[in-house]
Design a protein around this ligand. Sequence first.
Ligand code: 6PG
Length: 240
Amino acid sequence: MTPHSALPAPIIERRFEDSGTLAEALADEVAARLDHALSERERASLIVSGGSTPISLFRELRTRPLPWLRIDVTLADERWVEPDHPDSNERLVRRELLQDAAAAANLIPLKTPADTPDAAIGECSARLSHLFTPFDVVILGMGNDGHTASLFPHTAALDIGLQPDGDALLVSCHPAEAPHARLSMTLSALLNTRHLVLHITGKDKRQVLEKALTGTEIRAMPIRALLQQNRTPIHVYWTG
Ligand code: 6PG
């Protein structure tokens, strides 16, 4: 018989009619989690992803009346471009999340002046070490190739990036199929949270998720590492 501890953590799905309704519900959930954390301690931590999916969520969340001054925000991953580059996740978060009530939040960027993400791992890990852990909320997206954060299929980054109990917080990634070198939180860091969310929209992403759920080869679809682990329940918010 399979020992209970070997079973994967639960996957809790919430399906929505459209992305706007999803964004409102997810913003309410995230705000409630942060509010609860701040009733227990001085600071709360929120880890968000880049890409296009979270924009509607950010626009909702930034209006929630939280004590944002006490909330630390950082990224699950960053593309190695200047913070004013259109592809910068930091730029996205500044423009779309750190507005309205949320302008007071403390953003911890993952970009440094270093030439490569490899050379910035030490400094960025030190920045993250000031955050309260387990993180209060981690929100991830997923690419159509099955990547999450910047853990891309068949990259060398996966050797360290997919260790479920490794010590490393960050890993550099040089995806052949996506623009820019990246810095990504590792699976181990991402799972160290009280509330883990996978936010996906569209039929294509749903099909990618179904494919990930029915196969086992993790390096081909790193999102499987989240779906198959037994440490942290995963809340899938989706519409499509
Ligand atoms: C990034 C991400 C990445 C993203 C997915 C989905 O910086 O590229 O954090 O993991 O979540 O690629 O991106 P979309 O939301 O644009 O589909």
